[in-house]
Design a protein around this ligand. Structure first.
Ligand SMILES: Nc1ncnc2c1ncn2[C@@H]1O[C@H](COP(=O)(O)OP(=O)(O)OP(=O)(O)O)[C@@H](O)[C@H]1O
Length: 612
């Protein structure tokens, strides 16, 4: 039997410099994050002090010292006792803001107990001087920590007010971050929305990072203004803070996520797969200016600036944890956007029309998901018809029914001939349009919706009389033999427009059959065999327009071979007009036909044969 060896207990060790390297190279994307972490600690400390005295109103100062390449962050917050310094500053992962005051700690921004380490990315030592506000005779203490994990604490014989100041001296390679301009820019970027006055002092001059009179409200809060000037204020805030002009501003509120902010409607069509970049503050500290998943996915027509207090960010800080709370928040914010659009549709249709011009794709996608939204917006959908660009409402006023093609090619094939017969057809071949038309039929059953193919239009062409049919049998046979082997039946009809000599009509099956014929020309033998086996021959139809002057002359022309050549050329021309793919045989027909025609036109009159 195996004897159990005596065990010895060991402790995990932390390699501090390895951890700092991990933070600086992988977790923190910007080298100035130390500004964020120190502002965050200062803000939390003042938040904690308001718990001691509700009327407390503190401030944060940043002092830049060019000669020493140093920055000092001074707050008037809760401060630290010696015991707290040992516990919270010296133990990585220990935080005074987590779970200590159950039910209260959610006010704090920090929670992980690692933020201070960000300072070691730019400085070799952190010097923190603090006096706790918890007791009137708490001494002033100086804590100095180094990246090798050592620290010392000294009691200072100085009369400093309660609060904390943190001083960093830049490593030589980080000196460029410690200039007054850089510190001011970083403080504004990260802390511009914090609820305390913040100032940067350099060479005796102080500059305010935020409006000290209005730190309790958000900078986009327009409630202090009369209703009539709020929109202009919001638009100006958006233009200034995001350095671009917007189409409109929509207030955003979500109780679930504790969200308050503004969504700005982009004054351009965003690229199809582009992700919206939203500037998001978490408990008033900038989380990121490229948060991706705060709004529903269809909302890529807006860019927003918001503060949230109830959502959990991921460690990378560019998104929120995908949980039930986030989902509910997305729904609530989605409702804000939807309500804005609904209101705009009722209040200012002209403005909505302009917005549609930039964002109809997004709005169509939204309409497909939401019946109510669809009913409201369907009239404004921009559509293409064979009579030009229009909106669905204008089209329905003209037609009282929807006739559309499911594809762009089918539309091109029938657009002209349908217009010739006074038939108003919608091109529903663009993204979402076919689904939208089908949905229209479901939601408004009194309006018939029909999808048409080129062959449907053919059925409506006018037949010739029996006598005319009989008279032109010869031509029909001659034309049919000219198109021998092309799976296309020749017909003679009368249709508008009169200047159109032929119309090629193909239904879906015949089209697939044609595509297969063309594609077998470009594949190897094995594929050719497979394709040929599955392919079912389906005939298309070509209609010669008996009302067309050229066709009339052609029917009566005495030269049989010339008539066949012209039939072949008209056939290929009809295919080209319908944007059908051409097989190599059809391409040859065109070139042979043209050279034959040239030859014929150069012949002397006596040489030209006749066939009647
Ligand atoms: N300015 C300050 N005033 C008072 N206490 C401070 C101050 N700065 C840091 N502390 C104390 O040091 C602890 C550790 O700070 P650190 O920034 O490392 O982590 P954190 O703020 O708790 O969490 P996070 O890593 O999420 O920022 C804090 O929890 C707090 O108790």
């Amino acid at each position: 039997m195996l004897k159990e060896a005596p065990t010895m207990e060991h402790r995990f060790q932390i390699n501090l410099s390895g951890l700092i390297d991990l933070l600086s190279n992988h977790l923190y994307t910007r080298p100035d994050v130390f500004v964020r972490e120190l502002l965050q600690n200062a803000s939390d400390a003042m938040q904690a002090r308001t718990r001691l005295a509700a009327e407390f109103s503190g401030s944060i100062e940043l002092h830049v010292d060019d000669d020493m390449h140093a920055v000092r962050f001074i707050d008037t917050g809760i401060g630290l006792t010696e015991e707290e310094m040992h516990r919270f500053l010296a133990v990585i992962g220990e935080s005074s803001k987590r779970g200590v005051w159950v039910g209260q700690a959610q006010d704090y921004i920090g929670q992980f107990g690692i933020g201070l380490l960000a300072c070691f990315i730019v400085a070799d030592e952190i010097e923190l001087v603090s006096r706790s506000a918890t007791s009137p005779d708490a001494p002033a203490l100086r804590w100095r920590g180094r990246p090798d994990g050592t620290y010392d604490i000294a009691v200072l014989d100085e009369d400093v007010p309660p609060g904390t100041s943190v001083r960093l001296i830049a490593k030589p390679e980080s000196r460029s971050l410690f200039t007054a301009d850089k510190v001011f820019a970083a403080a504004s970027y990260y802390g511009g929305v914090l609820p305390w006055p913040i100032e940067v002092t350099h060479k005796g001059q102080s500059k305010a990072v935020n409006d000290s009179e209005r730190t309790q409200t958000f900078p986009w809060d327009a409630s202090h203004l009369p209703l009539s000037s709020r929109k202009a204020f919001l638009m100006e805030f958006g233009r200034r803070s995001m350095d671009t002009a917007f189409f409109d501003a929509i207030p955003l509120v979500s109780e679930t996520g504790g969200v308050n902010g503004v969504a700005y409607v982009l004054e351009r069509t965003p690229a199809h797969n582009s992700k919206s970049k939203h500037r998001v503050y978490l408990k008033r500290m900038l989380l990121s200016d490229s948060v991706e998943n705060l709004l529903p996915p269809w909302a890529f027509f807006v860019q927003c600036v918001v503060n949230c207090s109830e959502l959990r960010p991921t460690a990378a800080r560019n998104a929120f944890h995908q949980d039930e709370k986030l989902q509910k928040t997305q729904e609530e914010l989605g409702a804000c956007l939807r309500n804005y659009l609904v209101d705009l549709a009722r209040r200012d249709p002209a403005q909505l029309q302009k917005l549609m011009a930039y964002h109809h794709m997004t709005l169509k996608a939204l309409a497909l998901e939401d019946d109510e939204f669809f009913k409201l917006f369907a009239p404004w959908f921009p559509i293409e018809t064979n009579y030009g660009q229009s909106t669905l409402q204008v089209y329905l006023e003209r037609n009282q029914r929807i006739l559309c093609t499911a594809g762009v090619d089918a539309f091109r094939q029938i657009a002209q001939i349908a217009a010739g017969q006074g038939i108003d057809v919608i091109n529903a071949g663009y993204v979402y349009d076919a689904e939208l038309m089908a949905k229209y039929g479901e939601l408004f059953p009194l309006t018939p919706v029909r999808f048409v193919e080129p062959s449907d239009i053919g059925h409506q062409l006018q037949n010739l009389s029996d006598e005319q049919e009989a008279r032109h049998q010869n031509f029909m046979q001659l034309a049919q033999s000219a198109l021998e082997g092309l799976a296309c039946t020749v017909k003679l009809k009368v249709f508008e427009p009169g200047d159109l000599p032929t119309l090629f009509a193909s239904n879906r099956d015949a089209n697939i059959s044609r595509q297969m014929t063309v594609s077998t020309e470009h594949v190897d033998d094995l594929w050719k065999d497979i394709v040929t086996q599955v392919k079912q021959e389906e005939n298309s139809e070509i209609y010669f327009n008996y009302g067309n002057a050229l066709v009339r002359r052609l029917i009566q022309h005495p030269d049989a071979s010339l008539v066949q050549r012209i039939v072949q050329i008209l056939y290929v021309q009809a295919l080209l007009m319908g944007h059908y793919p051409l097989s190599s045989r059809e391409l040859n027909l065109m070139s042979d036909g043209l050279s034959g025609l040239l030859e014929w036109s150069l012949m002397g009159t006596g040489e030209k044969p006749t066939w009647h």
